[in-house]
Design a protein around this ligand. Sequence first.
Ligand code: HSE
Length: 399
Amino acid sequence: MVNIALLGFGVVGSGTAEVLTENKKIIEERLGREYNLKYILDLREFPDSPFGDRVVHDFNTILNDPEVSIVAEMMGGSHPAYDFTKACLMAGKNVVTSNKEVVSTFGVELCEIAKQNGVRYLFEASVGGGIPIIRPLINDLSSNKINKISGILNGTTNYILTSMRDKGESFEDALKKAQQLGYAEANPSADVDGIDAARKTVILAALASGKLIDPKSIHVEGITKITLQDTKFAEQFGYTIKLIGYTELTADSLIAFVSPRMVPATNPLCRIDDVFNGVLVDANMVGEVMFYGPGAGKLPTASAVVADIIDIIAAMDTTHKSIEWKQAEPCDLADFESYKCRRMFIVKENEDIAAKLNGEIKALDGACACVTSDVITEREAAEMANSLGDALISVYRVL
Ligand code: HSE
């Protein structure tokens, strides 16, 4: 019998209890082993929940119980989630998590502690909600060198952008709905300011490169400045604006950043709407592979948490290689200013200014947008933006 404890009984925690219970028979048949959901750690009581009798309030009850071999951490935030994870790993317990904040900040240390203690630290649910993306990168694409990963990695912002574009809904109304549906972070700034997508981007970059970058060290822009006019210009060019977490590996360093991008209709990420996430991986042998599915929400995320639990139980009889990352050095990260792509400049309508811009131009409601014919660096784009002065409304990177 394998005993499992859950840390946190919020959206994902309660979903995990539901998946473990609802699918218990088929999972146990697949594993040829039985499991028991022994404890749920939460500050609250849940008298009306069928799991209410397993709720404990003292973490030490779980830590000191030698019968518990798998702990699923779904508390969110860094502390005490990191501290509890570390204590569990050091006590020889396997840990699985949906907590991208902890993985992206402390992943190197926690994977190393897991290795030293002969246990595993798995985090399939930390990126892309219910989409299998971590295990495919580790296992199924392991014969490849990863060149690029472009991802719609935040369900809340994708839901908001889709509602604004298709229903003309205000930013605030769409955000409220995302919160009601359980997609948004406790502090929605983490979603709309791109912080959550940055955490997921560095996790994917680490899986591709073996090096974990500090998510605070990369360029991050959210979606709060996107206007209805921007979305209309995007439509005119056949683009859709998406918040993209982007990683590109060069020979000796890597580019990683998060920003809204103009996504052409030819790119499969263009058609990923609502809470869905998509991750487009460009690898040197397979070419482009796309992973798509629900990027947030109770049962989709719980599905990935339980997949990690199953992976650990299935491997209990054999030895498994742990994930090994190094902390990235500043020199591992390429100078963001050198990143090159085409840009869309949106300016107040003015013929002199339009003449400055080399590319296709379209006019709309007293403004015009130009997509540059050439790829230009961040530095060149900033210089161009400067020279446009007050006429400049906004600038986008084209994916
Ligand atoms: N707030 C996150 C999102 C939850 O909207 O994608 C899933 O990580």
